[in-house]
Design a protein around this ligand. Structure first.
Ligand code: ADP
Length: 671
């Protein structure tokens, strides 16, 4: 399965990646710049420190020079040298000594013979004209500078001085090989000035010097002035050293045990550059047992030869710690910025991808069936266009679905209508079929009934004739008269049945004419009174005023309505309402004549049978009334139907064909 990444994640990544690359690039550049800047700044500081150290060194030399110069120029000095007065010289030089301690302070006459040594008054009379400084002064030229003195020269001045100068050389890694184990020469800051007579001619010279071997006053002063005693982890940060050749003769660089590293030596490469080539060394260097940021420069003697070196240096550790601290701070800043960047990018990503998520949710809802959903996006970009298109799409979908639904509904409606029509037609077909069957049955019955009636009619006529004859001979009151009357009534009844049978068989032809239907109905009601009592029966006539005559066989229609009215009156058993109603049916569908009663009603099981011949529920009924009526109405091209319930009674409706145009205008406008 392919891995999925959300748009939000991609947007965040997309905006973070360039940011990250920029951060890494800026970070590395920043770190490089900071590191190199710190290193170069430190190096630059040490370079200027060396200048300051040189100033201190030169100051010291100037001081020596000044004292020697001033003392040599003193007129008492000239007089004392002139006369060789050692006591005066001693007084003069001791006052000088009290102002500044010099390791060598010697007065010579014009031949270079020592008149007085301030530190060694006992030793005098020797000639030191070989000393370059003394020689120059005796020639009238004052001189000062750094120079070296041999062991013997030092010992000649004072034994302690030679002893102070002697330094045991400590084997040092990376230093030059093949050097003496003990350095016996001494490096001095020296000055010599001529002592002049009144005419300005040199009559002697004053020679003074400070021995630098094992004399740490100067290097400590340099350290104090330049580095002001700054410490790191309990260790002095700044250091200064004076080298004679490549040997440390005065220093405050600590050795392993914490003592001064006097006797240790320069590395060969620094020696070559500074002492051999006479150039500066400004770089980091491993000094004794630690890394320092250093600066060295050669110390030249009065002849211009590099006899030693002046060094200042700072421990590298504080700068390394500073670098580390700056790097850590820088790293934290970058990390914090990155986290902030992630948070901001994440926020922006979430904000930008929200409409996409909303669209996705909406699309899911559309997929499960919701319609006409809308989304509001106001980002003024492609997302807004997409949302508008989506809204357009869901709207169109809803419209199309509604159209389809409406078509479906129409289709269903049509199917229902067609089905109903079909059912109606089917019902009609069934009814027609049933009617056909009934008609056929009735036709057969009719044929049979007609045959029977004909056969019975002849003997019946004979019986009736003979009964009438008997009635004539057997007068009322005769004992057999009652039987004769019974024969007569029964034959009468039989004749009626035969007549009904003949009617049923429709032997009679239709004599079409105009029938005043309302008058006919009224006449039947008045005639009925002879057969049944109407005393408690209310008769209601709802005749249509527009209906006057209808076309049909007057006698046969009388037969029909007589049957219906008589049945109605009988069903009410003496009391109720008989309603007679006529109506012109709309659309020239003919006329309807209704006979309604409030009688006992017809049960559902009987409703099917009442038009069947010989069906009767009455003791003396023939069961032919309705079947005969049915036949007559059918002959007229009409229809007869019934509605009945035990509560409301029964209504028979006869529908006969006929057009309004058939109806001639009634003279009174009423029936
Ligand atoms: P008959 O009247 O001789 O019985 P018909 O054919 O006239 O024969 O009627 C058949 C049967 O229909 C009746 O016996 C009666 O049960 C029923 N019938 C006819 N008309 C009504 C009516 N108005 N109310 C109740 N029943 C009726």
């Amino acid at each position: 399965m392919r891995r999925r990444f959300s748009i939000r994640a991609k947007l965040t990544l997309g905006s973070l990646l360039p940011l990250f690359v920029a951060f890494v690039f800026c970070g590395l550049t920043g770190l490089y710049l900071i590191n190199t800047k710190i290193a170069s700044q430190a190096q630059e500081k040490v370079r200027t420190d060396l200048n300051a150290a040189r100033e201190v060194y030169q100051n010291e030399l100037s001081h020596v020079n000044e004292l020697v110069d001033l003392t040599a120029g003193n007129p008492f000095a000239a007089a004392a040298v002139e006369t060789g007065d050692r006591r005066s010289l001693a007084a003069l030089l001791s006052s000088l000594q009290s102002r500044k301690h010099l390791d060598i302070l010697t007065v010579v006459d014009r031949n270079g013979r020592v008149l007085y040594r301030a530190h060694n008054p006992a030793a005098s009379g020797d000639v030191i004209a070989s000393n370059g400084f003394v020689r120059s002064a005796l020639q009238g030229i004052p001189i000062n500078g750094t120079t070296t003195l041999t062991h013997n020269e030092l010992a000649a001045e004072r034994k302690e001085l030679a002893k102070q100068a002697a330094i045991n050389v400590v084997p040092t890694p990376r230093s030059r090989q093949g050097q003496a184990d003990v350095e016996r020469s001494g490096m001095v800051l020296a000055a010599a000035a001529p002592v002049l007579d009144a005419s300005g001619r040199p009559i002697g010279a004053l020679y003074g010097a400070i021995l630098l071997n094992n004399n740490n006053t100067l290097v400590d002063r340099i350290k104090q002035i330049v580095y002001e005693g700054v410490q790191f982890n309990g260790k002095d940060v700044g250091t200064a050293t004076i080298f004679l050749g490549d040997t440390r003769i005065a220093t405050n660089v600590p050795a392993a045990g914490g003592t001064r590293a006097i006797g240790t030596r320069l590395s060969a490469e620094v020696y070559n550059r500074v002492i051999q080539e006479g150039k500066k060394w400004v770089d980091r260097a491993f000094v004794v047992n630690d890394w320092y940021i250093t600066a060295y420069e050669p110390i030249h003697d009065s002849r211009g030869e590099a006899v030693g070196a002046l060094y200042v240096g700072m421990l590298e550790k504080p700068y390394a710690a500073l670098k580390k601290k700056v790097n850590v701070i820088f790293g934290i800043v970058i990390l914090a910025s990155s986290l902030l960047g992630i948070a901001v990018s994440g926020g922006i990503g979430a904000h930008l991808s929200r409409p996409i998520r909303d669209l996705e949710k909406l699309a899911r809802r559309v997929a499960v069936g919701e319609r006409d959903l809308r989304i509001e996006v106001k980002t003024a970009d492609e997302m807004e266009d997409l949302a508008d298109e989506f809204n357009e799409m869901t709207g169109a979908l809803a419209r199309h679905e509604e159209e389809i639904n409406s078509l479906n509904r129409t289709l269903e409606q049509k199917v229902r209508e067609r089905t109903a029509e079909l059912e109606e037609k089917n019902l009609l077909l069934l009814q027609t079929q049933a009617e056909l069957v009934r008609a056929e049955k009735l036709a057969d019955l009719g044929i049979m009934a007609a045959g029977v009636a004909h056969e019975i009619n002849t003997p019946l006529t004979i019986i009736r004739g003979n009964a009438e004859v008997l009635e004539m001979f057997i007068t009322p009151g005769h004992p057999n008269r009652e039987e004769i009357d019974i024969i007569s009534r029964q034959t009468e009844r039989m004749a009626k049945i035969v007549s009904n049978l003949l009617l049923f068989a429709r032997q009679k032809k239709l004599h079409q004419g105009r029938v005043a239907i309302h008058a006919l109905l009224n006449d039947i009601v008045s005639q009925i009174g002879f057969q049944a009592t109407l005393a408690d029966i209310r008769i209601v006539r709802n005749y249509s005023p527009d209906l006057d005559t209808i076309s049909g066989d007057s006698d046969q229609l009388r037969q029909v309505f007589t049957n219906l009215i008589l049945n109605a009156v009988q069903a009410m058993e003496g009391s109720g309402t008989l309603t007679l109603a006529t109506r012109i049916l709309p659309d020239e569908a003919g006329y309807s004549i209704e006979v309604a009663d409030t009688g006992s009603g017809i049960g559902p099981d009987q409703r099917e049978k009442i038009f069947t011949p010989f069906f009767t529920t009455k003791a003396t009924g023939s069961g032919l009334g309705l079947s005969v009526s049915y036949g007559i109405i059918k002959d007229h091209g009409g229809d007869i139907s019934v509605e009945s319930s035990p509560e409301t009674g029964t209504t028979f409706r006869v529908v006969l064909p006929g057009k309004t145009a058939d109806i001639p205008p009634h003279p009174n406008g009423t029936a």
